[in-house]
Every structure is written in C-alpha cells, then in structure tokens.
Design a protein around this ligand. Structure first.
Ligand SMILES: [Zn+2]
Length: 163
C-alpha cells in the first residue's frame, strides 16, 4: 500500500479508502483510539483503511473492521447506507463510509496495532476527541434515538439508495 500524492494532500491508498460506522441503540457509535505515531494519533476514529485492488468499498470496510476490531462479526451488523466523500481536489480518490447498525453494543477489542482502545460513544455528543474527518461527517448522518436516520447524498458506486 502506498500514498497517493494530490494537490489536496496525501491520500492513503491509491484505490481509495473505506470505513465502517457501527451504531447501536442509545444511540452509540463504535470508535477506536488511533495509536500514537499514526496520522492524528490519539484521536478516536472508525475502523477503516485503504482499499485493495479490485475491492469494493463495501468489502473493504468490512475487511478493515474484521482486522481492526476483535469481536466484530459481519453477522452482528446490518448495513444501512454509504456516504462517498470525494477528494476536494477531484483527484479521483475518495473515502466511503458505510453506516451499519447492530442490535446491541457488543464487546470489542483493538484487533491490531493501529488502535489502542475502543469505546461506544454517544455520536450526538461525543466526549472524546474525534478524528477531524469523523467529527465533520457525523452531523450529516443524523443518528437519532434508537433508529438511525440518514440524510444527505448517498452516492456510492455499489449502492445508490438506502439499503
Ligand atoms: Zn486528492
């Protein structure tokens, strides 16, 4: 995996990247604390990472969650929608976030060295220092009550509507 150089900055992965936002009743959002030394180390973000060649954002988000969250099981979640955020410089790179829900907050652990802790947090009023990109995106997703409702553009190459 390598960096993609772009006028807007460097992107991790040349094929784009994807992450998974898992919401539980509360509402609660599963976040992971990024290891010191990583980009924005110490802040809290989602499981996610660079896509592999030929991999869909959906498969990439699920693969990264399985790698980074011990305790995650695909059967625990239901995918709801996806948000694709293209690079502001229109270089072709994009980050796609898949939103998912689970019936209850499951026990998790960091699955590898990339994170040092996990927490289920209130997405409407997170008491944690979130990764800036996550903090900016959260209000658009509008998780409310026990039912997650989404607004805004849902423009993913695999899913052009709510699932
Ligand atoms: Zn770019």
């Amino acid at each position: 995996m390598s960096w993609l150089e772009c006028p807007a900055g460097r992107h991790w992965g040349t094929m784009g990247a994807a992450g998974l936002a898992i919401f539980a009743p509360g509402p609660l959002l599963l976040v992971l604390r990024r290891a010191q030394g990583s980009h924005h180390g110490g802040t809290w973000g989602l499981p996610g990472g660079a896509l592999e060649v030929g991999e869909s954002s959906r498969d990439g988000a699920l693969r990264e969650a399985a790698e980074e969250v011990a305790g995650f099981d695909r059967a625990l979640i239901e995918l709801i929608a996806s948000y694709r955020d293209p690079c502001p410089a229109a270089c072709g790179w994009s980050y796609t976030t898949w939103l998912a829900r689970t019936r209850s907050a499951f026990a998790a652990q960091p699955g590898n060295w990339e994170h040092t802790a996990y927490r289920w947090t209130n997405p409407a009023a997170p008491a944690l220092q979130l990764l800036p990109a996550l903090a900016a995106a959260l209000p658009r997703w509008r998780p409310s009550g026990d039912v997650l409702t989404c607004s805004g553009p849902v423009v993913d190459e695999e899913s052009h509507e709510f699932l």
